[in-house]
Design a protein around this ligand. Structure first.
Ligand SMILES: *Cc1c(COP(=O)(O)O)cnc(C)c1O
Length: 431
């Protein structure tokens, strides 16, 4: 393990850095936008039909928003998909779809984007925050501890492309008669034990925002196999849904317009065509780095609930203490390997519950403090910034390295070389 080359002086101590050229980081799909996307969007503009429900000639073909829904049905292997204006609106429509409403508690992980609790609050539900485990996804044991008579649903979130323990989540939901809405915003195309994420729970919510794997600019998708969930979510996503779909044998209710237009559909559809290639590339790169890192002192790769199903967007390494992780991260950055920790973001990271200010402070758009103060809410949730110490500890010890489709083999080898060099160097200095 300690080949002489591994004990080169660390760049942080004045040694020669492994690389000086920045890694090819940055958002994924948007970085690949090319003539195909431009042509597809331009075609919609030239056609002067952007609204998805307009009639079209044979030559014009079906609405791009409708085609993107079909693509998601095939990806997820489900009966229904609804294009939306974003991931948050997909979550809102999905929550309404699965029957979550005022006064219901929804269990979510302490590590997810603030949009997840926000969507709960928008429909009048109360987010209940559960710990994550070493896999950086929701801890099934803590879900059990957080269940109350008010609990209606669980939102497992596949953060940074890492699949949740969906078998355990579904088993708990079955035992307690709870609904499951998967937040797949960061894991489009990911899988768990051979099943597509977004198709395991009662419904799934995807995001196609600029920073996600593939993008429609802003956009999202609700997926489900259940016709009632589909109709309920459809109603929420379009206040006139019942007029567009005359086959809807369903008593409609009021909604907001979260409809996807064909401009977004067209961009999303071309991007969707790039998804498989992106995933294959990133998974290959991640495997290459992991193979070359091997066993090391000081750091180890974060355990993954399904290695095959991981999207491969992020390599996470963990140490035994926050201090060591900080040291490791700084030394790795000095080697030319950009990396992220809970500590070096330079701003409060809204993916960590303690920075969800309006949740922590129960601050509502409504002066009454709704929904927490609603008489329909019979529970007594309390929040504090240290309520999930395990989550903070795990994230405090995690060092993440972003992976993109632009990595060459030599970029991947540099990452592995730098990780080895720093781990051995930090170890030699006493951890
Ligand atoms: C991005 C994101 C969302 C929200 O998606 P938008 O399209 O930005 O509304 C929800 N959940 C998670 C985990 C996200 O990363």
């Amino acid at each position: 393990m300690t080949a002489p080359a591994d004990l080169e002086p660390l760049a942080v101590d004045g040694g020669k850095p492994v690389r000086t050229k920045p890694l090819p980081l940055g958002p994924h799909g948007i970085d690949d936008v090319a003539d195909e996307e431009i042509a597809a969007v331009t075609k919609v503009l030239r056609r002067r039909k952007i609204f998805r429900y307009l009639e079209r000639t044979e030559e014009e073909g079906p609405s791009e928003a409708v085609q993107l829904e079909k693509a998601f049905r095939e990806l997820v292997g489900c009966e229904h998909a609804i294009g939306t204006t974003g991931g948050t609106t997909a979550l809102i429509a999905g929550l309404v779809g699965i029957g979550v409403g005022v006064g219901d508690e929804v269990i979510i992980p302490g590590y997810t984007y603030i949009a997840t609790p926000s969507a709960c609050l928008v429909v009048g539900a109360i987010p209940v925050i559960a710990e994550i485990d070493d896999s950086l996804t929701i801890d099934p044991d803590d879900i059990r501890r957080k269940i109350t008579p008010q609990t209606k649903a669980i939102i497992p979130v596949d953060m940074i492309g890492l699949p949740c323990k969906m078998d355990e989540v579904m088993a708990i939901a079955g035992e307690h008669d709870l609904m499951v809405l998967e937040d797949v915003a960061q894991a489009c195309g990911g899988q768990y034990r051979g099943r597509a994420l977004g198709g395991i729970g009662h419904a799934g919510a995807f995001s196609l925002q600029h920073y996600k794997l593939v993008t429609s600019g802003e956009g999202g998708m609700v997926t489900t196999n259940d016709r009632d969930i589909y109709y309920r979510a459809s109603c929420r996503h379009d206040s006139a849904m019942c007029f567009w779909d005359d086959k809807m044998d369903f008593a409609p209710f009021a909604g907001e317009n979260f409809r996807m237009c064909d401009l977004r559909g067209a961009l999303g559809l071309v991007q969707f065509g790039r998804l498989e290639g992106l995933l294959t590339r990133m998974r290959t790169v991640k495997r290459r780095i992991l193979d070359r890192i091997g066993d090391l002192p000081v750091v180890r790769p974060c355990p993954i609930n399904d290695t095959e199903g991981d999207c491969g967007t992020t390599l996470v390494l963990t140490t035994d203490s926050v201090e060591t992780s900080k040291r490791f991260s700084e030394a790795l950055a000095a080697e030319g390997i950009d990396n992220g920790t809970k500590h070096n973001a330079g701003f409060p990271d809204r993916h960590i519950y303690c920075y969800w200010d309006y949740v922590m402070d129960k601050h509502s758009h409504d002066a009454s403090g709704w929904p927490w103060t609603s008489p329909l809410y019979k529970g007594s949730v309390e929040y504090s910034r240290d309520m999930c110490p395990r989550t903070l500890d795990i994230l405090g010890r995690a060092v993440s390295i972003g992976i993109t489709q632009r990595y060459t083999e030599s970029d991947a080898d540099d990452v592995a070389r730098a990780v080895r060099k720093v781990a051995l160097g930090v170890d030699a200095k006493g951890g």
